[in-house]
Write a protein of this length. Sequence first.
Length: 300
Amino acid sequence: MNKSIWVVALCCSMAACAGSKYSSKNIKMDLQGHRGCRGLMPENTIPAMLKAIDLKVTTLEMDVVISKDNQVVVSHDPYFNYHITTTPQGKTLTKAEGEKQLLYTMPYDSIRKFDVGLKPHPDFPKQQKIAAYKPLLSELFIETEKASKAKKQIIFYNIEIKSKEATDGIKHPAIEAFVDLVMEVINQKGIAKRVTIQSFDPRALQVMHRKYPSVTTSFLVEANDKQTLLEHITELGFTPNVYSPNYALVNQALMDQCHGKKMIVIPWTVNSVEEMKRLLALNVDGLISDYPNLYSLLTF
C-alpha cells in the first residue's frame, strides 16, 4: 500500500484496536518522527518538525518541560544537554555544567538565548547543523499547523511529559500542575483530538485519565523494564490507548496481549529498515524513528 492510500484509509486496524479515542487518526500505520527527525535535524526544534512534515510523517513526537515562569518548552532534557548546546556567549558546556542549567529554574526568555542546533551531535553525523533554539510548545503548534495546512496534511502530535516523582519541585512542577500547563496550551490551540500524551511516569497518565479522559494516552516502557504488561496496567489503574515499549521488547506474545486489550502498539526508537520490517511483520500499529526518511523504503 502506498503512502497516499494509508494516510486516508478508513476503518483501519489502529482504530479497531484502540477504540473511539484513537479512531480520529483514520490511518493504516502511524509513522512518527522522533523529536521531529533527530537523525536529520536538531532535535525538538521547529526546523526538525517542519522537515518531518516534509517527509510526510503522520505524527510529530516531542518532549516538553516547564520553565521557571511556567511556560511549556519543547525539550527532551530538563537541562541543557552538553552534546547540543552553545551558550549565548558562544561557548560549549561540559556535561556537569549543562546539567546544572535546569530549565525549571530559568525564565523562558533566558532559555531561548541558548543555541541547540549548531554543535555537531556525536551520535547523529547526518544531522544538519543550523542555528536553533528550544521553542515554546505554543509557538511550535503555530508553525506546524501552518505548514501542514499549506501541504494539505493532517498532523498529529505525540507529546511526552518528562517527569519523575523524585524530581517534583526540582526539575519540574508537581505532576498535576505540569499536566494542566501542557493541556492548557493544547486546548487553547483546539487540537486535543489530534494529541497523544505519553509518559514513563504513571502519575502523568493517571492525571490525564482523571481530568482529560477524552485525550489519547500512551504508556512508555524502557528497554530494561522488568514489569509485565498486566503489572503496568495494574499500576496505572486503567488501560491506556497506546502501549509504547522500546522496540527490543516487542514480540508476538506482547502484540497479542496488547491487541487483546484493545491497545495499539507503537515502539520506539526504530532506526533501521531491517528492524522496521521485523516490527511490521508483527503487526505493530506504528513506528517512532529518528530517521522518518526511511519510511519511504517500506511498503504497507
